[in-house]
Design a protein. Sequence first.
Length: 191
Amino acid sequence: MLVWLLGAALSRSWGVWPGIGGAALLLAGLLLAFQRRTLAQVLGVRLPALALGVAAGILMTLATYALYPLGVRLFPALAGETASLYGAFGPPTPARILLLITVILAEELIWRGWAQGLLTRHVGAWRGTLLAAFIYALAHAPTGSPLLPLVALACGLCWGALRQVTASLAASITAHLLWDLAILAVWPLTA
């Protein structure tokens, strides 16, 4: 957690990719090196989980585009915060899209694979899922963006539920990939 928080804090001066991206890749590498057996239980790819992930990713994307204009009307500062986040991520170049995919895989291993798995074993399935999503959101707070932790919470709840329902990371990874690629690379939000 300290490595992630440091990466999030460094995102303010270094940028999102070296800060959070670097922390995600470092932690995922350590997890794969030292927790491979634990992660192997949730890394299996099953067709129903993939199909659920595709459906959830599409539904999350459609919901984002449907709710964003309403959000901007209710909270006019949302448009500026969104533009600021897009600025932090930079334009969707092929290198950044490849990095995005890699960081998403790392985030899912860390947050839904390891952290959620650990929490659900200690406090129960749905309490652990909720707690993991809240910690995931709080871990994005040091970036300085007030919007990023809120988005992380909403998405973390969806991706955590997918992981819990399917007992696999296939659905959460698929939904995370589809939503991030749609929102960050293909069809950016505009007010």
